[in-house]
Design a protein around this ligand. Sequence first.
Ligand code: UDP
Ligand code: MG
Length: 325
Amino acid sequence: MAMRKEDYLISLIVPVYNEKETIELFVNTVEQKLASIWQHIEIVFVDDGSKDNSAQIVEGLIAKGKPISLIKLSRNFGKEAAMSAALDLVKGDAVVPMDVDLQDPPELVLEFVRIWKDEGIDTVYGVRVDRSQDTEIKRVTSGGFYYVFNKLSNKVKIPANVGDFRLIDRKVVEAVKTLGETNRFMKGLFAWPGFSSKGVAYERPQRSAGTTKWNYWKLWNFALDGIVSFSSLPLRIWSYIGCGIGLLAIIYMIFIIVDTFMFGVDVPGYSSTMCVVLFLGAVQLISIGVLGEYLGRVSEEVKHRPVFVVSKIKGALSDKLEKGT
Ligand code: UDP
Ligand code: MG
């Protein structure tokens, strides 16, 4: 039973940042692996302000007549912003965000499309079963992140070991487009609309060429972005911690008063005083820090700055936008 129309279009949206080594290999591999549905595929590259000739390489491929478009951003805005740019502009009946380094195996898209078409599922996401390519630290920290995120966020849950690689139906795309926040934690935003979803397991290979654009500091900030934009528990929890500590302080106070009345004044109290002062100081600094995390993001949001700026659009997509279809 086919649930979707027969002349569907799948837009592969591919952010690229300094990827001159990987672009052609990506296009060739996709063309070969997706040969059976090639007439339904368009590839939309978003050049995220690359400093190498990535954009020229893409334009070269467009000139060869491949079903490719290029959205060139005016500078480096980050992968999340690049994906948002593509989501805003593409016309596909379904959209598949993919990395250009072939870490998202193109053949899996066949399975995504099959499930989307035949089972009518709206989001089909890839689940990494084997993280053996990652270091132990990376696995532990990422496992910890999903756990904390899902514990703190009570409405939007994100499945563990799922990246951006997924197929999303047009109606999910439209729902995501209504989310106006500047902070684009895409995994969360993709999960936000809900609708039906299903995971497909896959093994994530090594990067085809070039080097990763991530480091631990960036990942840490990315994780904070995600948690802060989907949960306000870290912000609210301080009133409870404050109440708890206040209660302990009262108990301790009663103890000191009783102690003084019963056994007289006992001057040496340096260590206990220091402990209390240092502990409370730390608690206050942490809570102010948490406030800062939110306040900083609130100030980002109230500025209402656009998430990205497009400098030019090339290929089939630019014609479609002109015609407004
Ligand atoms: N990328 C981007 N803008 C950036 C950093 C990365 O568009 O500022 C793209 C990059 O070109 C690639 C994808 O995001 O297509 C994933 O990047 P990478 O492979 O470095 O991340 P990893 O797979 O190591 O998480
Ligand atoms: Mg990669």
